[in-house]
Each structure stands twice: as structure tokens, then as C-alpha cells.
Design a protein. Structure first.
Length: 234
């Protein structure tokens, strides 16, 4: 079974199947299986704040918002319980895709900055302070090189304050020897220089005892293998 999924992922990646999907007409790079798992977490944990690095064109942010809009809306009182998606990318093009959806755009705060830049940190801090979210989901999907992912893990872990909330490191399967882009020399634990090495290093040196890798969220196959980090201790 393991070999089957490895070959499936290799075919999926090398044939650019990840590039063939869209959500609301916007290019969406998420594997469908993982998208449903994220939606499940958002609903089950009544997430009111998502922090996303790596906006690309904004399809993931729109996906988050469309799910959250449904369960945060109080039909009985015709009111909306507050929620927000904070998403950031150095490429500003996402704004034009997000803004065309006038129902969802007000709930999406796009930051055209690097994820750990002073400007991004200040905006996230300000939003979290003002909002005081009850449950947070963090999706790290920006620069996939190990050092960049590790720096995001170090900084954004502070916002996962509740037990059972998740910090998702996306595309950990890119740390495969055949995927030469991420298999240069690494100072982190692992054979490559991608997201999985960042997770390994974080769990070994920083997250151990406070986070655990939740393999149950993979549902047999996930492009984020060993990337679902669940808060287990404050």
C-alpha cells in the first residue's frame, strides 16, 4: 500500500496534476483529499481565524472563507459570528482574484509581504490582538525550502494556543530524493532540504511535547504527510 501511494504521488507531481484544479474559477493547488480534511477541521473546531502563508492567487483563502461563512452564520438571528482569514504572499496578484468575490472578500485580509517580515508580523499581531480568536488554524504553504518553513514554524506556533488546534505544514512529500529541487544539502534532519526536514527539526528542538504529528488526518494519502501538527500541550 505504501508503495502504491508513493508511486501515485510521484505520478501526480511529475505530471503536474496539482496544476489542473480550480476553486470558484481560481487556480487551486490543493489536493482534493487534503482540501476536504482542512474543511473538516475548520468546521469541527469552529475555527474563527485562519493564518495562511503562501496565498498564490487566493483560491485557498476563498475556500477557507466559503466553508467558514457557512458555519459562522447564525440563521436564527440573521447574524454572522466574526471570522477572518489572514493570508500573505510577496506576489500581490492574489488581491485581484479575491476582490472579485464580494461576499467573501471582506473576511480575507491579504498581506503582500513575506510571511516573517516585520510588516507581516505586525499586521498579524494587531489582527489577533483585536480579534482575540477562540480557535486558530495555521496553514504554512509559502517558500518550501527547509529554513523558510522552519522560521515560519518558530514564529507562527505562538498563535496555536488551544489544545487540538492545528498547524499544517504543506507539501512535505516534496522532500523526496527524486524531487531534486528540494534535495540539496540540508542542515536539518533528513535527506533533503524541503518541508519535511523543517518539521523534523522543529519537532526535535522546539515542538516536542507541545505538538504531535497527527497521521490520522492523512486518511491513507496526503500531500502533507507528517505535516499535520496538532497542539497537545500549552
Amino acid at each position: 500500500m505504501v508503495e502504491f501511494y508513493e508511486e501515485y504521488y510521484k505520478f501526480y507531481e511529475q505530471n503536474h496534476a496539482w496544476a489542473l484544479k480550480s476553486f470558484l474559477g481560481v487556480h487551486f493547488l490543493q489536493n482534493p483529499n487534503d482540501a476536504i480534511t482542512i474543511a473538516e477541521i475548520l468546521y469541527n473546531q469552529d475555527i474563527d481565524l485562519v493564518i495562511e502563508t503562501g496565498t498564490y492567487r487566493g483560491a485557498a483563502a476563498l475556500f477557507f472563507a466559503s466553508i467558514m461563512y457557512q458555519y459562522r452564520y447564525d440563521a436564527k438571528n440573521n447574524s454572522m459570528r466574526p471570522f477572518k482569514i489572514i493570508t500573505m504572499d510577496i506576489n500581490p496578484e492574489a488581491r485581484k482574484y479575491i476582490d472579485q468575490f464580494t461576499l467573501l472578500a471582506p473576511y480575507i485580509l491579504f498581506i503582500p509581504e513575506s510571511s516573517v517580515s516585520p510588516a507581516a508580523r505586525a499586521t498579524v499581531n494587531k489582527t489577533v490582538f483585536e480579534m482575540k480568536p477562540a480557535n486558530v488554524f495555521i496553514s504554512l504553504d509559502g517558500d518550501h525550502y527547509a529554513e523558510a518553513v522552519y522560521n515560519e514554524l518558530l514564529y507562527y506556533q505562538q498563535y496555536v494556543v488551544n489544545i487540538s488546534n492545528y498547524m499544517l505544514v504543506q507539501d512535505t512529500r516534496l522532500s523526496r530524493k527524486w524531487h531534486t529541487l528540494y534535495c540539496g544539502q540540508s542542515k536539518y534532519d533528513g535527506p533533503c532540504n524541503g518541508p519535511q526536514e523543517a518539521v523534523n527539526w522543529f519537532m526535535k528542538n522546539d515542538g516536542h511535547g507541545r505538538f504531535e504529528i497527527d497521521r490520522a488526518k492523512e486518511y491513507l494519502f496526503s500531500t502533507h504527510q507528517k505535516g499535520w501538527l496538532k497542539r497537545i500541550f500549552k
